[in-house]
Design a protein around this ligand. Structure first.
Ligand code: PLP
Length: 378
C-alpha cells in the first residue's frame, strides 16, 4: 500500500499500471480499427512516461513550437504540429521537427506551407476544418461554438488549396462518447465529404472519452472501420489527451488548518486555482477519497486552497471523522489537464510529480520550490 504520509505534499501521483492500462485500450482500438492514435500533449505531458507511451501510440500532437520540441525530444514516432496561428520566426524549427503540420486557415497555409516544405520537403500538410457542429457540454471547451477561431468553416474553405493538402483535421468533442462522434462525423462529411477522397488521412481530433468505463469502445471501432470503408481505406487519426491520463492518479494534499466561520473550513497546502484549475474553469467537483457530498457523512468541511483568492475553494465534502492538521486529502483523477496548466500564483509551491511503478516502487520525479516561482518573474 502506498504510504501517502511519506510523499512530498502536495504531489500529483501517477500510477504507471493505470496509465499502461489506458494505453493498452488505445492500442486495442488501433489494432482493431486500423486508426493511428497520437497523444495530445495539451492534456498530458509527463515526459518521464513517454518511453512507455511510445510503446503503444504512434506519436504526439503538439500545439506550437514548445510542445513540438518536447514531442521531438521525448517521444518516438510522429510529431504533428498545429497552432491557431503560427509565428513567422518559429516556422523553420517547427518544420524541421514535425512530420505533419496542421494549418488553422487557408491564409496560414498560403503564408507558411511553402516555407515549411523548403525546410522539410516530406512534411505532410493538413488543414483544420470546423464542422460547425458540436455537442460539447461547456462553451469554454467548444471549438465549434459561435464565432470560434478554431478551424476553417466550409464557407471559408479555399478549394484552390486542395492540391497542397494531404489531410483534414477536425476537433469538436470534449469528454464525449461515440454517439457524439457520429453526429460530428455526419456534419463533417456533409460539409467536407467531397474533399475526403483527395486526402491521405482524416484526423478525428480529441475529446473521445475512450478510457472512461462507460465508453463504447467497440462502437468507436465500428465507426472508424465504416468511415475507412466509405473512403477507400483512408488513414484515420485520433489524438486523445484526456483519455490517456484519465483516472491514472491523484493530487495528494495536507490539511494545514481547520477553522470555523458559519461552517467548518479546512485549509490545504494545495490550490484549486493554481493546481487543479479546471475545477474552477469548467467547473466540476473533484472526488475526494473517503468523502461524500456535504451533509451525507457526519463531518462536513469546505475545502479551500492556501492562496488569498477568496474563490480558491474545492467544494464542500463530508467525512466520517473530523479533519485534523496533517491529515491527507486526496483528490482523485488529477493527472490530465492539471500539471500541464498549473501556475505559481501567489507563490504557492507547485505540487511534486510522483510516479508509482508497477512493482510498487515510488519515485519522486520532480520537486519544485522558490526558484520555479522566481524564474518566471523579473
Ligand atoms: C485539446 C485537443 C485535443 C485533445 O483533447 P482531449 O479532450 O484531451 O482528448 C486534441 N486535438 C486538438 C486539436 C485539441 O485542441
Amino acid at each position: 500500500m502506498l504510504n501517502y504520509q511519506e510523499l512530498p505534499s502536495p504531489a500529483y501521483v501517477c500510477h504507471i499500471e493505470r496509465l499502461e492500462n489506458n494505453l493498452k485500450l488505445l492500442a486495442h482500438i488501433k489494432k482493431e480499427s486500423g486508426a493511428k492514435v497520437i497523444l495530445a500533449l495539451k492534456g498530458f505531458a509527463m515526459w518521464s512516461t513517454f518511453d512507455l507511451v511510445s510503446q503503444y501510440l504512434d506519436g504526439a500532437t503538439a500545439s506550437g513550437l514548445h510542445e513540438a520540441r518536447l514531442a521531438d525530444e521525448k517521444m518516438r514516432g510522429e510529431v504533428h504540429t498545429y497552432a491557431p496561428a503560427f509565428k513567422e520566426e518559429e516556422i523553420e524549427e517547427i518544420a524541421r521537427i514535425s512530420e505533419y503540420v496542421v494549418f488553422n486557415t487557408p491564409s496560414q497555409l498560403k503564408r507558411f506551407a511553402k516555407k515549411m516544405k523548403n525546410v522539410n520537403p516530406n512534411i505532410s500538410v493538413s488543414l483544420r476544418v470546423n464542422p460547425e457542429f458540436s455537442a460539447s457540454p461547456v462553451d469554454l471547451y467548444n471549438p465549434c461554438g459561435l464565432y470560434s477561431r478554431l478551424g476553417t468553416t466550409r464557407i471559408n474553405f479555399d478549394e484552390s488549396l486542395l492540391d497542397q493538402l494531404d489531410g483534414l483535421n477536425f476537433h469538436a468533442l470534449c469528454e464525449q462518447n461515440v454517439d457524439a462522434l457520429e453526429d460530428v462525423l455526419f456534419a463533417f462529411e456533409e460539409k467536407f465529404g467531397v474533399f475526403i477522397d483527395k486526402m491521405k488521412y482524416i484526423n478525428f481530433g480529441g475529446g473521445h472519452h475512450i478510457t472512461r468505463k462507460d465508453y463504447d469502445v467497440e462502437g468507436l471501432i465500428k465507426v472508424i472501420k465504416a468511415f475507412k470503408k466509405r473512403h477507400n481505406n483512408i488513414e484515420v487519426y485520433l489524438e486523445p489527451g484526456e483519455a490517456v491520463g484519465w483516472e491514472t492518479g491523484e493530487l495528494v494534499s495536507t490539511v494545514l488548518e481547520v477553522m470555523h466561520n458559519g461552517m467548518a473550513l479546512a485549509i490545504l497546502d494545495t490550490s484549486a486555482e493554481a493546481h487543479m484549475p479546471d475545477t474552477l474553469a469548467m467547473p466540476y467537483r473533484a472526488e475526494v477519497r473517503g468523502s461524500s457530498k456535504a451533509g451525507e457523512k457526519e463531518y462536513t468541511y469546505r475545502l479551500g486552497g492556501n492562496t488569498c483568492l477568496a474563490g480558491d475553494i474545492m467544494g464542500d465534502y463530508s467525512f466520517d471523522k473530523p479533519l485534523d492538521i496533517g491529515d491527507k486529502v486526496i483528490f482523485e483523477d488529477q493527472i490530465h489537464y492539471t500539471f500541464v496548466k498549473n501556475t505559481t500564483f501567489n507563490g504557492v509551491k507547485l505540487p511534486s510529480l510522483v510516479l508509482v511503478h508497477k512493482d510498487g516502487e515510488v519515485e519522486v520525479i520532480k520537486e519544485f520550490g522558490y526558484e520555479d516561482y522566481k524564474m518566471r518573474l523579473s
